[in-house]
Design a protein around this ligand. Structure first.
Ligand SMILES: [Zn+2]
Length: 420
């Protein structure tokens, strides 16, 4: 789909809504409470302005009130094909014919250069959660021979991967590192004795050093992917490895300004709101898990025209400073270029009589800094280039910055004094 959506992108969404409204008591109630009839929704803009968002807490509360599946479900339970569980626990029934995320995964797998005949070794958990089984099905649909590795049993997994000459790894990067260590302990040379060519990395951050290390050890090209527990798989890297293409073949994804709710601009940051397309046992309409993404503006050199996104972090800690949305994770990324620095806080205020907000970065230091002024100038310039705002820098000892300011949650990293 395109961003912002075209009328053509909107049509399948409207068909799905009509299907859901005929069947799901939860949505019948929520649409009727909001005074919406399907005929009122003529464009994406009507949909965005009128249809309420759904938070994870509402899904959990509805399942608790009407156990076990809640009133979201669209079919009687004898039509369910399987049931997955996600943390909460939230029960996710699936229709036998529901493809459960595989259309997205198939595109992502294709973008990695996986070919029919490849041997895919899937090491996500197959237990209870949907991850392993979902990837397994997608690699089967892509024409691969699939090994159901699951988690643990590293030594046996190495033996199986070696015997079958697995060419594709799918799972977390840390488990791949664990497999490489195990292979060495078994007296093997991971580069020579294992045949992994490409890897589907998911469920964990793939940091640049880890990507390099795994490439050096195994000769593997890793492709980073993202998704969300309820929505499922979302996007993945192509061979250019700059951002993840939104492979949302069975999703309608919105990216909205966290403050105004308006469609985010290309180049800016947007909060994801997703609606599942097609018949589902438990359909999600405008599900908002609170994740923020940066939308890349430039077309990808690989030729795939689908939108590219970069995960930024949880939306709750984003602040608009001098008109620019800033997430502490972006600042953290710049700070991590400087080994002298540790935790930080951003203090935003609006000085009396001034036209603009002021942002002060309290940068916690973990090493002595010889020329503080020159250092502050360098840091400010990097921040201006990467985060797009000018910040005043205040160097403090790291112990003076609260521990709750640290990532990945950054709970106390933003101190907003503008409205107090
Ligand atoms: Zn690309």
């Amino acid at each position: 789909m395109h961003w912002p959506p075209t009328q053509r992108d909107f049509e399948p969404l409207r068909e799905t809504l009509a299907w859901v409204l005929e069947r799901s008591p939860f949505y019948q109630r929520s649409f009727s409470a909001a005074g919406i009839r399907i005929g009122d929704l003529a464009s994406y803009d009507d949909f965005r302005r009128r249809v309420p968002r759904l938070a994870k807490a509402e899904l959990v509360a509805d399942q608790r009130a009407h156990p076990p599946f809640g009133e979201f479900v669209t079919v009687p339970r004898n039509r369910f094909g399987s049931v997955h569980t996600s943390p909460g626990p939230i029960f996710i029934p699936r229709l036998a014919e529901e493809r459960g995320g595989t259309p997205v995964l198939k595109e992502a797998i294709k973008a990695m250069g996986v070919r029919p005949g490849d041997v895919a070794h899937v090491t996500l958990s197959y237990h209870i959660m949907p991850g392993g089984l979902r990837l397994h099905r997608a690699f089967e649909e892509a024409g691969c021979l699939v090994i159901n590795g699951g988690t643990g049993n590293s030594q046996l997994q190495i033996e199986v991967a070696r015997a079958w000459r697995a060419t594709v790894y799918a799972g977390t990067p840390s488990f791949l590192a664990n497999l490489a260590d195990t292979a060495k302990q078994m007296g093997l040379d991971p580069r020579k004795d294992l045949s992994y060519r490409v890897g589907f990395s998911t469920a964990e951050a793939l940091t640049p050093p880890l990507r390099r290390e795994l490439h050096d050890t195994l000769g593997i090209e890793l492709f980073d992917h993202c998704g969300e527990a309820q929505i499922g798989p979302l996007a993945g890297e192509c061979k250019v490895h700059e951002g993840m293409h939104l492979h949302a073949a069975d999703l309608f994804c919105e990216f909205l300004d966290p403050e105004s709710g308006a469609p985010a601009d290309l180049g800016g940051i947007g909060e994801i709101v997703a609606t599942q397309l097609g018949p589902r046992a438990l359909p999600l309409v405008r599900y908002a898990p609170g994740d923020a993404f940066r939308l890349l503006k430039e077309p990808c050199p690989c030729g795939d025209e689908s939108l590219r996104i970069v995960f930024v972090g949880q939306v709750g800690v984003i602040r608009k400073i001098k008109g620019v949305l800033v997430h502490p994770a972006q600042v953290h990324k710049v700070m991590s270029e400087f080994p002298e620095l540790g935790r930080f806080q951003i203090i935003v205020d609006h000085p009396e009589g001034q036209r603009y907000d002021r942002a002060v970065l309290r940068a916690g230091t973990v090493q002595p800094i010889a020329d503080a002024d020159a250092f502050k100038q360098r840091l400010a310039a990097r921040l201006k280039a990467q985060v797009l705002i000018q910040m005043d820098i205040d160097l403090v000892a790291e112990v003076d910055v609260p521990e709750a300011a640290a990532g990945p949650r950054f709970t106390e990293a933003m101190v907003d004094r503008r409205h107090s």
